[in-house]
Write a protein that binds this ligand. Structure first.
Ligand SMILES: Nc1ncnc2c1ncn2[C@@H]1O[C@H](COP(=O)(O)OP(=O)(O)OP(=O)(O)O)[C@@H](O)[C@H]1O
Length: 410
């Protein structure tokens, strides 16, 4: 298991143009439960792959795409209806250097990505205009939205894989591709509520590249589900594999290394109040032993891509809620985790700002990162036409391709 997180000896096909630092930043290896890999975060072995994996996390556009899996054509990869301001990946670049962050050191695309016309891509949203009406947006909010929109034009966000749709998921299963999230019969009973499981026999599979909304009433178990994916909560029974790591068996001392591979974004940002935006993002890289030179180059780039180039030196309390959340997203993404877990990322934000954050997450998803988002934002879910998993009293009651929010209270 675990094709998504590469392990030593996996990536013979890695591009020769990548520097070791860059490769390490993309494919940091977590020591496995058996302790076969180095426990030192600095080690970050370079990933290699003897056989190309169609669904592996692979930001290098020059890597040959497997022929039996549909890579998005540039046009197909841009869900233009849901994200009208995001340019197609083949949009002209205003600054060639700008492509260095999320695609750090990824060379220019020199060849068209192959596609399989016979495989439909049901993940693409229908071509309907975005008719969201955002009431009473203040001048500050307008400026903030404009900033983020400008940042989202950055060609550094490059589409590698389209989100995985139903037929792709089926195809992935048939091809033996491992899900990045696998939950089997997961039940969580908190001691304080012994007769009311927070999760009750949950089964869930999420494949690399998917974007999934998690919805449900307050108290239905969304946070417990997400926290069990990061081993902040240990289920009472069942099985959880995250990128091949068996979270029911992983040793406690290995959990911090595992978590460094997962990006997390929460409603309350969780920024360090005494550090600037730059320092908050840099801290994430310092914790995993990244060299200073890598930090100095990657942190400004990721902050620029989330539209905060001019606010790197601001303290959290000098930033708006939306800007703080963008710092949190930048921090979660700077090490390029293949999985991004977001718990109510727009819960504290105004609608216009929320839309910007969601566009950002969608754009990150289009670089190949699997994204799961718990939300109460009905409009957002309805407008984005993504996979929707609904929980009710700890049960999965709906798992729908390109679904809507459904009949849930706020
Ligand atoms: N630490 C805890 N101890 C005891 N019960 C808990 C704990 N955390 C959550 N619960 C209970 O588990 C159930 C699910 O809670 P959870 O926070 O996962 O729901 P949620 O869907 O995320 O809710 P919300 O949308 O309000 O955040 C609720 O009944 C809650 O009271």
């Amino acid at each position: 298991m675990g094709n998504h997180f590469r392990k030593p000896g996996d990536g013979e096909g890695a591009s020769s143009v990548q520097t070791p630092d860059v490769v390490a930043s993309h494919f940091t290896v977590v020591p496995d439960v058996a302790g076969q890999a180095s426990a030192e975060p600095q080690a970050a072995p370079v990933a290699t792959a003897s056989e190309p994996d169609p669904f592996a996390y692979n930001p290098d556009l020059n890597q040959p795409m497997p022929v039996d899996v549909a890579a998005p054509t540039p046009d197909a990869a841009a869900p233009a209806a849901a994200v009208p301001t995001v340019p197609a990946p083949d949009a002209p670049k205003s600054d060639p250097d700008e492509s260095r962050l999320f695609m750090s050191s990824v060379p220019e695309v020199t060849q068209a990505q192959p596609s399989i016309p016979s495989v439909p891509d049901p993940s693409l949203p229908p071509q309907v205009p975005d008719v969201r009406v955002v009431p009473e947006v203040t001048a500050d909010q307008q400026a903030e939205v404009a900033d983020l929109d400008a940042a989202l034009q950055d060609p550094g966000f490059t589409s590698v894989f389209a989100p995985v749709g139903d037929s792709r998921r089926k195809m992935a299963r048939e091809a033996g591709v491992d899900p990045v999230i696998l939950m089997e019969h997961v039940t969580k009973v908190y001691p304080a509520q012994p007769n009311k499981p927070a999760l009750d026999d949950v089964n869930l599979e999420v494949y690399p590249g998917e974007f999934v909304f998690l919805v449900g009433h307050s108290g239905s178990g969304k946070t417990t589900l997400l926290r069990s994916m990061t081993r902040d909560v240990k289920p009472t029974s069942g099985r959880i594999l995250i990128a091949g790591q068996d979270l029911m068996r992983i040793k406690n001392r290995k959990v911090p290394f595992f978590r460094r591979q997962i990006g997390t974004v929460f409603q309350d940002y969780k920024l360090l109040p005494g550090k600037t935006a730059y320092e908050n993002v840099a801290f994430a890289l310092e914790c995993i032993g990244k060299p200073r030179g890598v930090i100095r180059s990657q942190v400004p780039e990721v902050l620029r891509l989330v539209g905060l180039a001019d606010q790197m030196d601001s303290m959290p309390d000098q930033l708006s809620g939306g800007e703080q959340q963008r710092v949190a997203v930048a921090r979660a993404m700077v090490n390029r985790p293949p999985l991004l877990i977001c718990d109510e990322p727009t819960g504290n934000l105004d609608p216009a700002i929320s839309l910007g954050i969601m566009k950002l997450l969608e754009r990150i998803n289009r670089t190949g990162t699997t994204v799961i988002v718990a939300t109460h934002d009905r409009e957002m879910v309805d407008s984005m036409h993504r996979r929707v998993v609904a929980l009710e009293a700890g049960h999965v009651v709906r798992d729908q391709e390109r679904g809507g929010y459904g009949n849930y209270g706020a």
